[in-house]
Each structure stands twice: as structure tokens, then as C-alpha cells.
Write a protein that binds this ligand. Structure first.
Ligand SMILES: [Zn+2]
Length: 468
């Protein structure tokens, strides 16, 4: 019997089982993902379709799952790639919801997730296939078998200032990090991974040697640290796979933050109060958030500059100037938006009339005496058109990357993410983002905590992709 006809038998068996399941309530099929049994697989929610609990399924596929109940979404992060599923109102609606699954923002075929008994269930076949796995149903054993192709550790290299070790993995896999204290060795174990033959051990300043060897079906990468070395481990999406980055520093400091400068610009100040509402003036709200954010980023070792530390006027040229050479410039503002949502603007010509209005308003609020508001905006627009502003193309990426973290970390949803000719972002160019939040969110301490996480995470990505 050829492979093709075997497949036909499997399909027929699936259809039969679906019917049988409907009629006599057969025992639920077992689910085995990469050799691990996943409990709770069921075809009873959506008749004949295997659904499994989101957390264990994601984890077995080398991903993490986060539920955004506000937007009825479940988001899987697989080595920096995002698979997002709508959660249907009812199991009946799961199959008919349009655009229910998106991989990195692009719609992929598949039904929605389903909530049941306080848990969120994912359609096994479509989720596994979206993450590159093969799915087979073995009718004779009543078992769904999901297998991801093995990954390869394709590269291991040392990057400088700060020193980092970068491990390139060809696809998402589960990995674990363990520090073996007695021998000062960091052990990273990649499951179901093979190691490239010519991957030679590397040496560094903060570590003695790093080597990767095959070990019980996976790869064991061992990094022997020098005395008094600290480390941070983070991952960055890289094509179909990811890079695991280990950053090194001196004991007691965060290697990640070393040498990174963040500029925080609390909007308005002095005579210019910005919006005034129940929660207070925009100028005082942005200042309070900026101070909390600056303090917690400094605690993590970042070099932080705040464009004003009191209630006074700061010319836009000074704000913008502070952004020159910054790794990230964040201008904080309030706006009349729903709590839990934000607008993000990056430097560029206005995407639409709304953001141009916003740009003129903000430029006017911050304008120095002499030039008219319209003139300021027009001059910047000319510079933008002439290509005189550097790193412009990075702006959208930064705004979107910061936004996706505000969502995954703090459940903040985006309103507008748009380009605008904003004077204040001129200095930082592509590394500047102007964020608008609801006044009540700025008044809460929680937002600065979320922003801290989001900024640290974004800068980890910058560090990894810039090759600084
Ligand atoms: Zn404002």
C-alpha cells in the first residue's frame, strides 16, 4: 500500500470517528505531542475536532500561551512568533468565525479557540500545523500524534559590548536554562534538537568556554562563567526559528541594560497643562508616570534621561535634542481614549488627517516662540520628504514592537498606531515613540510597571538585532 492510499485510510478513519463520536460518545482520543501525552484532549466541544487545553498544548510545542479576555484572544508566543486565536462565544461559533487565526498578524486557515470550564481550548491540528508540526490520527489506537520536525542548533557566536553569546536555533523548541553553581556553568538544554557538526567551542571575556554537545535526544549547551559574572537570557525571533541570547555582565548588574540609554519625555509642563480632567492635568500625570518609569528602569541598570523633572516649560528643541543617540525615546501624553487602550505615533509623514491634527496640536503645544505651529510642522514634513531624518523606517517597527509588548505584558490594546510629523521625535528619529494613554491609566501606578517590562523587553530585541 502506497503512502497516498494510507493517507486516504486515515482520512476515512477520521471521518468515521467523528460520526461515531457524535452518535455513541466514544472515548476521547489520546493526544501525544513530541512524545508527551497531553491531558484533556477532547472532540466533544466541537464535534469531531480535537481541542486541547491551551497551556499544555502550547508548552509541548515550545510556545507559551497568554489569554487576553478583554479582547477574547489567546496569543501563543513561539520563539518570538505570534499565533493569535479568537476565542469563540460558543463552540458552535468556533468553525464559522472569520479570520479566527493569525500568524504574525496574517490570517491563516483554522477555527477559533473555545472556552470551557474556565480553560481555553485550542484546535490541535491547525495550531500544531501553524507552528510547523505534522499531525496524524492513528485510528487503531485512538491517538492523535503531533510531531514537530527536529530543530538544529546552527550557530554559536560571541557579540561584543556588552558581551553576548548567541545561539541560533532553526525552529521553535522547548528549552530549559539551569545554572550549575558548584561548577559556575550555565546549562541550556534544547529538546529535540541536533547540533551542527562544525559548531566549534567559543571563548569569551566573561566566560571561559561555551560548547554544545548532543545529549539524550537534544543539545546541551554549556557555558562556563568566569568568577563574578552575571547573565540574562532572552530569545529573539529569527525567520522560522529563534536566537537564544545570553548577555553577560559584572556581578550585581543587569547585562542587558549596560550602556543602553532611554529618554523619557513627560508631555507638556508649566503654563502648558495639556488636557485637564478628573485625574488631574496631563502635565502632572505624564510627569508622575515618567518618574516611576525612570526609577524602575534605573533600578534595572538602564541609563535614563528625563526631559523635565518638575512643572515647567521645556522647549521642543530641548526635548527632541535629548533624544539624539538614545536607544529609545518615549514621549508620554494623555488622550481621550478608553482605559486600557493607547495610541502610538512614530516619526513620519501623517498617515491620515487625525494624526496630522495631533501632530500640529502637539507641535503647537511645545512650540518655541518665533515660528508658527504650521511652520514647524511644515518644516519637519519637508525634512521628512527630503529624507533628512535618519532611521525613519525603524519607527513603525519600534512603535509596533512596543505596542505588542504592552498587549502581551499588560493587556493594553492599540487604538491608533500611525506615522505623524512630530517635532519632539525628530532627535530620536526612528527610535522615538509618542504614546497616548487614558488619564486614569496614567494616574495608576500599574502602567509604569507594564511600560518598564515592555521597554526592557523591546531593548533586549534591539540589542540582539543590532549586533551592537
Ligand atoms: Zn499631550
Amino acid at each position: 500500500m502506497g503512502a497516498r492510499s494510507t493517507w486516504r485510510v486515515v482520512v476515512a478513519a477520521l471521518a468515521t470517528l467523528a460520526l461515531a463520536g457524535l452518535q455513541v460518545g466514544l472515548a476521547q482520543p489520546r493526544l501525544i505531542v513530541n512524545g508527551r501525552t497531553i491531558e484533556g484532549n477532547t472532540t466533544a466541544l466541537v464535534s469531531g475536532v480535537s481541542y486541547a487545553p491551551a497551556g499544555p498544548l502550547a508548552s509541548a510545542l515550545g510556545a507559551t500561551a497568554a489569554v487576553d479576555s478583554g479582547r477574547s484572544l489567546v496569543v501563543l508566543d513561539a520563539g518570538g512568533r505570534f499565533l493569535q486565536l479568537q476565542i469563540a462565544d460558543s463552540p458552535q461559533a468556533a468553525a464559522t468565525l472569520e479570520g479566527a487565526m493569525r500568524l504574525d498578524g496574517t490570517v491563516v486557515p483554522g477555527p477559533a479557540a473555545v472556552a470551557s470550564g474556565g480553560d481555553v481550548y485550542l484546535p490541535v491540528k491547525q495550531v500544531a500545523e501553524a507552528l510547523g508540526a505534522n499531525v496524524t490520527f492513528v485510528a487503531s489506537e485512538g491517538t492523535v500524534i503531533v510531531v514537530q520536525p527536529r530543530a538544529r542548533l546552527t550557530g554559536m557566536r560571541v557579540l561584543r559590548s556588552p558581551e553576548r553569546l548567541e545561539l541560533s536555533v532553526s525552529r521553535p523548541v522547548r528549552y530549559s536554562v539551569f545554572y550549575n553553581e558548584p561548577v559556575q556553568t550555565l546549562q541550556v538544554y534544547f529538546e529535540r534538537t541536533d547540533v551542527e557538526v562544525r559548531l566549534t567551542p567559543v571563548e569569551g571575556d566573561r566566560f571561559v568556554v561555551a560548547a554544545a554537545l548532543p545529549s539524550s535526544g537534544g543539545v546541551d549547551a554549556r557555558v562556563q562563567l568566569r568568577e563574578g559574572t552575571s547573565y540574562d537570557v532572552y530569545q529573539v525571533a529569527d525567520g522560522a526559528g529563534f536566537r537564544l541570547v545570553i548577555a553577560f555582565g559584572a556581578e550585581g548588574e543587569s547585562p542587558l541594560a549596560e550602556g543602553m540609554r532611554v529618554v523619557i519625555d513627560p508631555g507638556h509642563g508649566g503654563q502648558d497643562t495639556g488636557l485637564v480632567g478628573e485625574a488631574g492635568s496631563e502635565s502632572s500625570l505624564t510627569l508622575a508616570t515618567a518618574e516611576r518609569l525612570a526609577a524602575s528602569l534605573r533600578q534595572r541598570g538602564f541609563d535614563v534621561v528625563v526631559t523635565r523633572d518638575g512643572d515647567y516649560t521645556v522647549p521642543v528643541s530641548a526635548r527632541s535634542g535629548a533624544g539624539i543617540g538614545a536607544d529609545l525615546f518615549i514621549s508620554l501624553h494623555a488622550a481621550d481614549v478608553q482605559p486600557g487602550t493607547y495610541n502610538a505615533y512614530y516619526l513620519g509623514d501623517a498617515a491620515d488627517v487625525d494624526s496630522l491634527d495631533m501632530a500640529i496640536r502637539e507641535n503647537a503645544a511645545a512650540a518655541t516662540a518665533g515660528a508658527g505651529d504650521r511652520d514647524q510642522t511644515d518644516r519637519l514634513r519637508r525634512e521628512l520628504l527630503l529624507g533628512l531624518v535618519p532611521n525613519l523606517e525603524a519607527g513603525r517597527t519600534y512603535a509596533e514592537a512596543l505596542g505588542s509588548r504592552l498587549f502581551t505584558i499588560g493587556d493594553y490594546r492599540s487604538g491608533q498606531v500611525a506615522a505623524a510629523p512630530l517635532q519632539v521625535l525628530g532627535g530620536a528619529a526612528g527610535r522615538g515613540v509618542l504614546l497616548e494613554f487614558a488619564p486614569s491609566d496614567l494616574a495608576s501606578g500599574e502602567l509604569s510597571a507594564v511600560l518598564t517590562e515592555a521597554v526592557a523587553d523591546l531593548l533586549a530585541q534591539v540589542l540582539a538585532t543590532d549586533g551592537r
